[in-house]
Design a protein around this ligand. Structure first.
Ligand SMILES: Cc1cc2nc3c(=O)[nH]c(=O)nc-3n(C[C@H](O)[C@H](O)[C@H](O)COP(=O)(O)OP(=O)(O)OC[C@H]3O[C@@H](n4cnc5c(N)ncnc54)[C@H](O)[C@@H]3O)c2cc1C
Length: 369
């Protein structure tokens, strides 16, 4: 009998957790290693809307649609970690957001994902506690979207696995054809395969060959307690993204607040108060709305905006797994990557996202593998 393949998964965020889960289920011997920099974990700071509706690029849209389907397929196995398929309202209150709403509805409609433009007044019946500063120009409705509790999902995937707290700094080939991981304390260990799912830390781990830097943006959410349920669906307006987060709980996020952190123009306290005040203004009959958890984290975006998924051309046995929209994508990507590592069956849906990095001019670009 041959020994099972030993796969080391670096990073215990949602993407590493889902991959480790599927590798273990498919018979691999799995080690999970995480630097345990909690405040540097994107998963903990995520708004965690599970959706295909925000993508209009055809390759990304196809990937996200299938990932949403995967969440539906496994929902019965996840217990309280399962996605709540509440649907999403995208509220357009200015010409820019109207254009985005129309683009998303047209794209979703044409690929059969489901999306429609509702009359501006429809929101009043659907989210009766919500008051907007100005009447919406339109409301886009995406019934297939939902939201997840990202920490519950992460914990579910890590059940039965041990996470070792160490920081990896380099991966190199060994003479025997295995891979060697070097840790920040100078220690080294050999393994058969490595998955780099270290989120914002991914480009800092030294590997042979070129690799583009990641664009790491700040992300910020406030989990709030309220005297009543504020919304029943995911609602995105230009001022506030809000979704349910359990009974009489809501999660608040706004892209403009994230950008303030990027330019050091706010503090965690100020940003939290701004989001809470927006929620209080938009839900005037809600009673108290108070912060329960305030989380700032990184939001890594691969340099060309597309996920990087698969084996490196420069280092056989070394796999990259780096994606924004990771909460949506994790169950699908974790399963497909585990299958690929253990059986070499490659799903064609991942073809546009292979990490075929080559040096071109001053930068590093992706080439089809
Ligand atoms: C504000 C915000 C809103 C978002 N909204 C959505 C949304 O609505 N829908 C959606 O699908 N996605 C959303 N995302 C994106 C999503 O949360 C991320 O894509 C996803 O969490 C990335 O998961 P990950 O496992 O790649 O990274 P992470 O969760 O960051 O995990 C990486 C792990 O690697 C560890 N690590 C780092 N360096 C090392 C090292 N050298 N050695 C060992 N371990 C290391 C870290 O400690 C960390 O635990 C949002 C993100 C943010 C911040």
């Amino acid at each position: 009998m041959t020994a099972p393949v030993h796969v080391t998964v670096l990073g215990a965020g949602i993407l590493g957790a889902a991959t480790a889960h599927h590798l273990a289920r498919q018979g691999a011997r799995v080690s999970v290693i995480d630097a345990d920099t909690r405040d540097a974990r994107s998963t903990t700071a995520s708004f965690a809307c599970v959706n295909g509706s925000a993508k209009t690029d055809p390759d990304l849209a196809a990937l996200n649609d299938r990932a949403v389907e995967e969440h539906r397929r496994i929902a019965h196995t996840l217990g309280p970690a399962a996605v709540r398929f509440t649907g999403q309202h995208f509220v357009a209150t200015d010409p820019d957001s109207l254009r985005i709403a129309e683009q998303r509805v047209n794209a979703a409609h044409s690929r059969g994902y489901g999306g429609e433009l509702l009359p501006a007044g429809a929101l009043r019946d659907r989210e009766p506690h919500l008051r907007l500063d100005r009447p919406p120009l339109a409301v886009a409705w995406f019934p297939a979207d939902g939201w997840a509790d990202p920490e519950a999902l992460r914990t579910h995937f890590l059940t039965g696995l041990t996470t070792h707290h160490r920081k990896a700094i380099a991966i190199s080939p060994t003479r025997s054809g295995r891979l060697q991981i070097t840790f920040a304390d100078g220690d080294r260990t050999d393994t058969d395969r490595v998955v780099n799912a270290t989120g914002a830390g991914a480009a800092d781990i030294e590997v042979p060959g070129p690799r583009p830097p990641l664009h790491v943006m700040p992300g910020f959410v406030v989990a709030a307690d309220a005297a009543r349920d504020l919304v029943t669906t995911v609602v995105r307006t230009p001022q506030l993204g809000i979704r349910p987060d359990g009974s009489r709980r809501a999660l608040l996020h706004s892209h403009d607040i994230d950008s303030l952190f990027e330019r050091d123009q706010t503090t965690v306290e100020l940003a939290a108060e701004t989001l809470l005040n927006r929620a209080r203004r938009m839900f005037p009959d809600a009673g108290h709305i108070a912060p329960r958890r305030i989380t700032r984290g990184p939001r890594p975006i691969p340099a060309d905006g597309k996920p990087a998924i698969g084996e490196s051309a420069n280092l056989p046995g070394y796999y990259e797994l780096s994606a924004h929209s990771g909460i949506t994508l994790a169950p699908l990507l974790g399963r497909l990557l585990a299958t690929e590592i253990l059986t070499e069956i490659r799903d064609p849906i991942l073809s546009p996202f292979r990490p075929g990095w080559v040096c071109l001019g001053n930068g590093v670009r992706r080439e089809a593998l």
